[in-house]
Design a protein. Sequence first.
Lengths: 289, 196
Amino acid sequence: MTAYAYFPGCSAHGTAKEYDRSTQSVCAKLGIELEEIPDWVCCGASPAHAVNHLLSLALVAKNLDLSPSDTIVTGCAACYNRFKTTVHALQHDRPLWEQVKQIVQPTKLNGRDFRVLHLLEVIHEFGLEEVKERVVKPLKGLKVACYYGCLLVRPPKVMGFDDPDNPKKMDELVAAIGAEPVEWEFKTECCGAFHAVPHPEIVLRLTSNILRAAKDAGADVVSVTCPMCQINLDLRQLDIQKRHKVTFNMPVLYFTQLLGLALGINESELGFDKLIVDPQPILKGKGLM
Amino acid sequence: MKQATEREQLTRTDETPILLTEEARRFTEEVIRRSGERVDWCYQCGKCTAGCPVAFAMDIEPSRIMRLVQLGQSERVLKSKAIWLCVGCQTCTTRCPQEIDTAKVMDTLREMALEREVAADKEVVTFFRSFLDNIRRYGRVFEPTLVLQYNLRSGHLLQDADKGPLMLSKGKLPLRPSRNGAIVRKIFDALGGRKR
């Protein structure tokens, strides 16, 4: 098995520790080798590209230069989007790329052809049949709303991830581990992203709509692929309760936590206790914990 | 009778050129050049606005921003809140029948608004500055000081005050910042010391 260079992203050491932890556990269990990029730095996320195009490309280029492998994997949809966008620029806009190189002064970039993958794609590369064979605890009876958000799938020309309107990759994985993905229409609706800080009322409105749709579709839990979507959908349920007097009580888990559970990984390694809306009552109720 | 004449004018089938001032034309051209996107191709179908998740909160919707750019209305565009409310979800870019990367145009407009010091949404600008200062300092986002700095600078002192202790009790806050600030500072410096 070839080693993937792993870009954890800033949230992995803070608000999304349980994502990082469950990712490491799942990959170790499946024999997928992740090698963390040494001295990686922030990809700049939204604020960099929103105000300075060159800065956003340079931050990612620096990480590419530091990367021990040409295949880079990240679990964060926002980082994934920035990396893919930058690699796309590298391949299609030579003059721009020359400018970026002058800023970054890379030492190991020349002649390398990078592949950027989201962790979900790595699991698909590993093979869903192979995953299925390793399931020791099928998540029978658990109805899951797979939420992909924006940045994994858009813009499709650059991301090339899946059907941008109705992505299926997470649904397929969820089905492979024995759970039941629900049909719903908010798979790729925006959660409001960074507006959680400057304009929280926008996020509350958007996440309310997403959570309501998941609930209406009969989901027990929402499964996500991005730390920003997770915190907006999970933590903000407290404010939705306060301001809109609506209680969803909808657990929002990382897909790696569900996968880990099905693979029989010790629950203490999956960090269910770190989520704000506790998923344990529903998981226990279904006999999964 | 006068009404009929106006109507006639509006439905004329031959080309009715709109005369732009030199300054207006320069603005349109600058946006097209810097974004690399053919804003002049927009024919106002409105799909960007229809799909925009934050259009409800905007003072000028995305499709109207595009039209105002075509008309060289720099003041109205660069002083709008809309360009800061755009969250970069890429729905407009994905759906544009003219293949205009609308979200990228928004990025360019924000850059221009900052350069001209007319950015109109204090909260978003304060958040972006706090974020970029944060990674310039530490190399990676360090949430505790990012939130603190945003609250202090924006004057929303108590925003999310209840979240800190909760996140801390869940072990979801990093205790120490990363020490890779120098790597990021080098990039900022190479960009000409432009803080933004």
